[in-house]
Write a protein that binds this ligand. Structure first.
Ligand code: HEC
Length: 140
């Protein structure tokens, strides 16, 4: 009887120890990598660039209104050098009649007194297109 009890006790202790160890291992496995990464600080910071995309123009592209205000209104607000004036439906309707793709490519590449990208060197093509949309939408 005593022998059986001690075997059972030994098994129980052994099983408990094994369970405890494997749980520890699992916990360690799950916690260690992120714990390590975040402890180091730099790695965590590098994984979450704050506002980087917006500043570089990547995913944080400027709106058509922002691009217009910074790059296009110089000429298009007053109609400098024959630029179709912002809000002037008559001036824009003939232009729009060429098709939006023509307007986009003329805005991006330039046409006559209209400089390429309206001289906005750091504007992406999509930002220039957004500015064209903004002017056209507000000139109907
Ligand atoms: C230096 C002055 C100037 C700036 C800055 C400027 N434009 Fe223009 N833009 C013009 C002039 C002048 C025309 C008329 C060109 C022509 O048809 O002879 C024009 C025409 C256009 C047209 C009509 C093109 C067509 O096919 O009829 C679009 C679209 C346009 N501009 C978009 C823009 C956008 C978008 C910006 C800002 C990113 C911008 N422009 C900045 C002067 C300017």
């Amino acid at each position: 009887m005593k022998a059986i009890l001690s075997i059972v006790a030994a098994l129980a202790v052994g099983t408990a120890a094994a369970v405890a160890q494997s749980v520890d291992e699992q916990v360690a496995e799950r916690l260690a990598p992120p714990g390590e990464l975040c402890m180091k600080g730099e790695a965590c910071a590098a994984a979450a660039p704050a506002g980087g995309a917006a500043a570089s123009g990547g995913n944080g592209a400027r709106s058509g209104e922002q691009v217009y205000n910074s790059a296009c209104q110089t000429c298009h607000a007053a109609g400098v050098a024959g630029a179709p004036k912002f809000g002037d439906a008559a001036a824009w309707s003939d232009r729009v009649a060429q098709g939006m793709d023509t307007l986009y490519s003329n805005a991006i590449n330039g046409i006559r007194a209209m400089p390429a990208k309206g001289l906005c060197a750091d504007c992406s093509d999509d930002e220039v297109k957004a500015a064209v949309d903004y002017m056209v939408e507000n000139s109907k």
